[in-house]
Design a protein around this ligand. Structure first.
Ligand SMILES: [Zn+2]
Length: 593
């Protein structure tokens, strides 16, 4: 379903629905203090770290960082779009949702958010076109040669919209200046980077082959770039950073092209690189997706599950590829997908393999691919001296956590049989080990899932300023008058406050859960739900808010002073008298001397 749901209906459903009721239909919850807790549906855990607040109508998982309101829960849990989630919850509460055609309402909030996204999409489209044209200009010759060397056909170049970004620092900037696109917008989607000095921008992608990263809806979300400068110091590959329109955890390269074929063939092959995917495609494998430097996430798994239950991992046959496959397997297993893996000859990637041995040989490899657990067991057993009990046990301890995740008991006993043979241990003893694993309270599997590393301690006053502004939206105007987002030192909180400042919604229409819902960047949203779940309560929140403002201003001023002092020293060292005098005056003004 596409289209937009009218604001008033969303509003009505938001205020009628109860997040605890909706989540409880899918996740058993227990009351704990002011909140409800349960086992997180988005990562594997045995002690509950998934909290739901009935008062704030939001949820947050302290294990994996997931968070949001009732709509975002259903979107993530059932893999549905925003209008679909709204409709489902509406139905539960007896509210029918008529959808409207885009643009039929004036400047509603959702359409203005959507407009913004559309604008970014069109900028990306222009950029992609420009990169493509550039590939065929004189300066694109080395890029063409490189593609030729890698056996990439001109049909593939067209199909995947491959392009080239020049060596220049302002190739795109100049282009977009002519088109009157604001540089700030280019920065927001990661095409350009702001210079450290704060004056001006430069291109992110320079002297690279460019692959547009395209969503299932065929819109360009971001770009990947392969360096061809042969400069040792530059990374081989870079990708666009996450933005309002690009969320790495939900985009896989090639999905827009592969989806039909995945459905038809009944399985998907996952590779690691752009060139792997395109090479396979050229040889007739169309049901292929590439991770391109991103670890597989539960969101990816959910998207794949919409098209098939069968996944074949075709990763590089080196240590890094094997580790990435093992991590990916775990996520896919959680989602109940059947995962197989292909074992390529040592130190080979799919691109090299298919170019050397051709389609038939790779097809055979894929047909004969092993279930992932066997692949894993074979890899491990190859490194273990089976005469040493200690080594045997160490090898098995790597496999047991995976076995413990298999829910189907027939499947499990089959694996136990095979693996016990492989490792030459009795079936019974292996079974006991798996059982023990299942019983142990402390789960070691969790560490492999995408658990966020412990949050760095961000500034207390910045955290509480954001928290109090969201909990009491009537403060927004006051805070906006006194503080500039540039005063923030924490990047995520800065994004959050910028968003809050730019919302332009009457405060009486705002609630914490609505703000959470509107925050477009997932990373920011997760941080906010975590902040909001904190149970600290202040006797005098107005006073705390004022203290936070003062503390942030003081720190920002201190930073300015330090910067000026540094610059003044530099001016003295390089004997720039006029500049020194100016800096000295600025400094005195700032210090109020
Ligand atoms: Zn979680």
């Amino acid at each position: 379903m596409t289209g937009f749901v009218s604001n008033s209906i969303v509003e009505q459903i938001r205020s009628t629905s109860d997040i605890v009721e909706v989540i409880e239909e899918h996740v058993p919850l227990k009351k704990s203090g002011k909140n409800f807790v349960g086992l997180c549906p988005f990562h594997s855990e045995k002690t509950p770290s998934f909290s739901v607040s009935s008062e704030k109508q939001i949820y947050h998982c302290f294990g994996c960082g997931e968070g949001g309101n009732v709509f975002s829960f259903l979107m993530k849990f059932s893999n549905v779009s925003f209008p679909e989630a709204v409709t489902k919850i509406g139905k539960r509460y007896g509210i029918t949702v008529p959808t409207e055609v885009h643009g039929s309402r004036g400047k509603s909030l959702y359409s203005s958010q959507a407009d913004k996204k559309e604008k970014y999409f069109s900028v990306n489209r222009l950029a992609a076109q420009y990169f493509q044209q550039n590939l065929f200009k004189g300066c694109g010759k080395p890029a063409q040669d490189y593609l030729h060397k890698r056996n990439i056909s001109s049909d593939s170049v067209k199909k995947f919209q491959v392009g080239y970004s020049s060596k220049s620092w302002d190739f795109l900037l100049t282009h977009f200046r002519k088109k009157n696109v604001a540089f700030k917008d280019l920065e927001k989607i990661g095409l350009v980077i702001s210079k450290g000095s704060g004056t001006g921008y430069y291109d992110r992608f320079r002297d690279r082959i460019i692959f547009p990263i395209i969503g299932l809806d065929s819109k360009i979300r971001g770009f990947g770039g392969r360096d061809i400068s042969h400069n040792e110091k530059t990374p081989k590959y870079i990708n666009s950073p996450e933005s309002v329109i690009y969320n790495k955890s939900e985009i896989l390269f090639g999905f827009n092209i592969a989806k039909e074929s995945i459905r038809k063939k009944g399985f998907v092959v996952i590779v690691e690189g752009y060139f792997d995917l395109i090479s396979l495609y050229q040889h007739g494998f169309e049901n292929v997706l590439a991770t391109c430097g991103t670890a597989l996430t539960t969101r990816h798994a959910g998207l794949i599950k919409r098209y098939t239950n069968n996944v074949v991992l075709l990763f590089d046959s080196d240590e890094a590829g094997y580790k990435a496959a093992a991590r990916g397997f775990e996520i896919l297993l959680e989602y109940g997908l059947n995962v197989k893996a292909v074992d390529l000859p040592k130190n080979m990637d799919p691109d090299t393999f298919i170019n050397r041995f051709g389609l038939a040989q790779l097809s055979e490899k894929i047909d004969k691919s092993e279930l992932f657990i066997e692949y894993l067991a074979n890899k491990i057993v190859g490194k273990v001296d089976l005469n040493s009990l200690e080594e045997k046990l160490r090898g098995l301890s790597t496999i047991i956590p995976y076995l413990a995740k298999i829910k189907n008991s027939i499947e499990l006993s089959e694996y136990i049989r095979k693996i016990s043979e492989l490792f030459q241990v009795s079936q019974q003893s292996l079974q006991d080990q798996v059982k023990k694993k299942l019983e142990t309270k402390k789960t070691t599997i969790d560490s492999n899932v995408e658990v966020k590393t412990k949050k760095k301690v961000s500034d207390w006053s910045e955290r509480n300023l954001v928290r109090l502004t969201i909990l009491h939206p009537e403060n927004i105007e006051k805070v906006k008058r006194k503080i500039d987002s540039d005063h923030f030192s924490d990047g995520i909180l800065k994004e959050a406050i910028e968003f809050i400042f730019d919302m332009n919604i009457p405060t009486e229409e705002l609630s914490p859960q609505k703000i959470v819902e509107l925050i477009p960047i997932e990373e920011v949203r997760k941080n906010i739900t975590e902040l909001l779940m904190e149970t600290i309560e202040f006797d005098n929140p107005d006073k705390v808010l004022e203290d936070c403002i003062q503390s942030i201003l003081k720190k920002a001023k201190q930073k300015d002073v330090e910067n000026l002092i540094k610059q003044r020293i530099e001016a003295v060292n390089s004997k720039k008298v006029v500049e020194f005098q100016k800096l000295d005056k600025d400094l005195k003004d700032l210090q109020g001397v």
